[in-house]
Design a binder for this molecule. Structure first.
Ligand code: F3S
Length: 405
């Protein structure tokens, strides 16, 4: 790899131990993937923030980087942590876990990382522009950034994202290059989906993401889909779709005709598959492996809720009382907007709990619940894989009804 004099100076240790380690990580990655050079990044998002995933070894690595003088050189935010950083007690998090989690956040803060913990950084002040090179780690956010925003990122791991933050660089390979952004499979959606304004959209688009993702997986070729036939899609539908497509198909980029910014620049692939409404309905059914009667945990906000969703939730919960543990997961800046708009008072008045900074997957809740009701296909996958929960998969409004039953 050709390094600039500044990058060589980082690698030679002239800018501190942590920066040197970071550049070593990036140079090794670049060599593995055949990158010719480093490129500057304008934004970083780091995953592996929950102490539940990091453990002692991960925390020790972070502390070593902070002690070695590591400081973020570009805007850097975090993926969800294992708890609401300010309000963890009401979520039943143990003090011993909280102590470790707060330590993780403190170490990141020492490295000048913004302690906004969210999988929707694009809704919380970390919003790249079209064509920006960035280094993000959370799979749903990577898919959203590449596809919906038209920014350029590979799916980084925790260490490589941190390394990008501490150097302001990433090796130029994969989705940073035009040739790796071209679609390889046309997907004709011949299904009427709930689009822009209906609150069934997150459920339908999550199920569509599962269907397309599994078909992509079946090709075994890691093809980028060019999707046609979607008339309209809200931001919330698209974030649900991105999370599901990334989960079930490992996809980091898609093009959607008339909706995503690069779609009109791309050639239409010859190889074509079709998706029917029956397949979407089958996917919805497949995400339900329990009955309503079994639900003991309800969560909305995978990916983290937008302020529009929180406003709608406040309408649904006004003057009502929930009967089950109900977590509303979102970014702290979004929660603060909800405070100012009066939504928090209404929602908490119903007995539902805000769980800012965290989510029902990365929080340490294994064994506490048996069955989750959610509108997120991604949450269904990980609720079972990580915590062994059964799932009831419904529309946003119907999930709220589950909480009120
Ligand atoms: Fe975000 Fe957690 Fe879902 S990180 S995408 S809310 S699993």
């Amino acid at each position: 790899m050709i390094l600039s004099s500044e990058e060589q100076s980082m690698l030679d240790g002239e800018q501190g131990r942590a920066t040197q380690k970071a550049m070593q990580i990036l140079a090794a990655l670049g060599t593995i993937y055949g990158a010719e050079r480093m490129i500057p990044v304008s934004s970083v998002q780091i995953a592996g923030v929950s102490y539940d995933n990091l453990g002692e070894a991960g925390l020790a690595f972070l502390a070593e980087m902070a002690d070695g003088g590591g400081r973020a050189r570009v805007l850097t935010t975090l993926n969800p942590a294992g708890m609401d950083i300010e309000n963890w007690q009401s979520l039943g998090i143990s003090p011993s876990f909280a102590e470790k989690q707060l330590w993780v956040i403190e170490v990141f803060t020492r490295m000048s990382v913004v302690s906004t913990c969210t999988c929707t950084p694009y809704l919380a002040g970390n919003t790249p522009r079209f064509g920006d090179h960035i280094a993000w780690a959370e799979s749903s956010a990577v898919c959203y950034a590449n596809s919906i925003l038209g920014a350029r990122t590979n799916r980084e791991g925790g260490p490589s994202a941190l390394a990008a933050a501490l150097t302001g660089r990433t090796p130029e390979y994969g989705f940073h290059l035009d040739e790796y952004r071209k679609p390889g499979l046309t997907v004709d959606v011949r299904a009427s989906l709930v689009g822009r304004d209906d609150w069934k959209a997150t459920r339908d688009f999550g199920a569509l993401g599962k269907v397309i993702g599994q078909k992509l997986e079946a090709t075994g070729k890691k093809l980028i889909p060019y999707i046609r036939g979607i008339e309209s899609a809200s931001l919330e539908a698209l974030k649900s779709f991105c999370a599901s497509l990334a989960t079930y198909g490992g996809a980091a980029l898609f093009h959607m005709e008339g909706i995503t910014p690069e779609a009109s620049l791309m050639p239409l692939p010859g190889e074509t598959i079709s998706i029917t409404r029956a397949e979407v309905d089958t996917a919805i059914q497949s995400l339900n492996d329990a009955s309503s009667d079994e639900v003991d945990f309800v969560s909305l906000g995978c990916p983290h809720l937008s302020i529009r969703e929180i406003g709608h939730l406040a309408e649904l919960l006004k003057d009502k009382k929930v009967t089950k543990e109900f977590w509303i997961t979102t970014a702290r800046p979004t929660r603060e907007s909800a405070d100012r708009l009066g939504y928090t008072r209404i929602i908490e008045g119903s007995g539902a709990k805000f769980a800012a900074d965290t989510c029902c997957v990365v929080a340490p809740i294994k064994g506490r619940f048996k069955t989750l009701a959610t509108d997120s296909a991604k949450a269904c996958y990980y609720a079972y894989a990580k915590n062994g929960f059964k799932t009831v998969y419904k529309s946003f409004d119907d999930v709220v009804l589950e909480a009120l039953k």
